[in-house]
Design a protein around this ligand. Structure first.
Ligand code: NPG
Length: 376
């Protein structure tokens, strides 16, 4: 593949309702997008992708403006060298970017733009590329921390009415046992799980064990991202299965977590782990180890939501993912909206990772643009 032009944009897209987690309240999604014009298979194609990094480094150490900087300054020059040598394709991207330490979300975004272009040039859907045959995946919804329990119960009932197949509640110290008890009492049979985004320490083990009677699918990332050993210790105190999100950043860290007994379940977010190819490797490893996986969400726009649905079609994804309808977060999505159909999201059949976005909408939401010159 030869790259002809790259445009980086930072967009600010309003959310339909504020989303509160233990680390922040978001009222809008700041998202870095990549538009990559390329030639492959004698075709001119445009690959689109978005970066998972938030506006601030509060979920991980990456943030949108920083990702734009590292992409422009350090990652694109390496891809352009590969493009010039004629050795650029999605399978070589990670190798070219390897000398740059970390910055997985930035790398994932660039790899996704190349993958989208490559799939479009070969007229192949992402599901076909992965070998996925499922045509839809069950949809779960992630519910932020609410003002009070009556409000939470209303919100949960609304999403269940829409058809969501499982509920994930965000928790933090002061908002954990009571809200979970209330939701479980109101909905005894609903698949339910909780996500702490690293808000606790091992000292909280006795407190967290009070969640055990509520028959939760899992507790997600109660401890710090670099606390694998203590997650293993906490797992021994709880009967609720331990799931890791922030701690699993690669197939290597997934293997460590599994061997240590720190994860009975893994949340796979392609952007957190450096891209869809690494996400697939984690799926394969977990499946071979008998560890369940599910696809996490980062408030994706239509540039990544469908690709996540395709990934979640792989056989190891045995739990519903945070792959909700576009309307869960956005009044107007960048692409045709993803809709819930009987509690499921369709696995896309179009060529590429995503449909081309609505350029007028992209323009409306853009707060910063960088055109990257490509020397021929
Ligand atoms: O459905 O896209 C979604 C959101 C799911 O809760 C969700 N994501 O910690 O998993 C998380 C959380 C998150 C959102 C993390 C944005 C980081 C950024």
């Amino acid at each position: 593949m030869q790259i002809d032009h790259i445009t980086l944009r930072v967009l600010r897209i309003p959310l339909v309702t504020p989303f509160t987690t233990s680390f922040s309240t978001q009222t809008a999604r700041t998202v870095l997008t990549i538009e990559l014009a390329a030639r492959a298979n004698s075709k001119e194609v445009i690959g689109w992708a978005e970066c998972g990094a938030l506006a601030e480094p509060v979920y991980s150490d990456e943030y949108a403006a920083g990702a734009a900087d590292v992409i422009e300054r350090f990652l694109i020059p390496r891809l352009l060298a590969a493009s010039h040598d004629g050795t650029l394709n999605v399978e070589t991207v990670a190798t070219y970017l390897e000398p740059i330490v970390g910055h997985r979300m930035a790398k994932a975004a660039l790899e996704a733009a190349v993958l989208d272009a490559q799939l479009k040039a070969s007229n192949t859907s992402f599901a076909t590329y992965l070998g996925v045959t499922r045509d839809k995946v069950p949809s779960g919804v992630s519910i932020g921390i609410q003002r009070d329990i009556p409000t939470l119960l209303n919100v949960v009932a609304g999403y269940l009415d829409e058809g969501y197949q499982r509920i994930k509640l965000k928790i933090q110290p002061g908002w954990d046992i009571a809200p979970v008890r209330a939701v479980r009492e109101a909905h005894p049979d609903v698949p339910l799980q909780v996500d702490a985004n690293a808000a606790y320490t091992l000292v909280d083990a006795p407190h967290l064990s009070q969640l055990d009677p509520f028959d939760l699918l899992l507790i997600e990332q109660p401890l710090a991202h670099d606390d694998l050993r203590q997650h293993a210790e906490l797992a021994r105190h709880l009967s609720t299965p331990m799931c890791l999100d922030e701690s699993v950043v690669s197939a290597r860290s997934a293997a460590d977590a599994i061997v240590l007994g720190a994860a009975a379940v893994i949340n796979i977010k392609p952007s957190r782990v450096g891209g869809y190819l690494e996400a697939r490797r984690i799926h394969d490893l977990a499946r071979a180890s008998g560890i369940a996986v599910w696809c996490g969400g980062m408030l994706e726009t239509g540039l990544a939501r469908g690709a996540n649905a395709a990934l979640a079609g792989l056989p190891g994804f045995t739990l519903p993912g945070d792959i909700s309808a576009s309307s869960r977060f956005y009044d107007r999505d960048l692409t045709a909206p993803y809709v819930l159909d009987d509690g499921h999201i369709a696995v896309p059949t179009f060529a590429g990772l995503c449909e081309a976005p609505d350029l007028a909408l992209v323009k409306e939401f853009t707060t910063d643009v960088r055109e990257i010159p490509v020397a021929s």
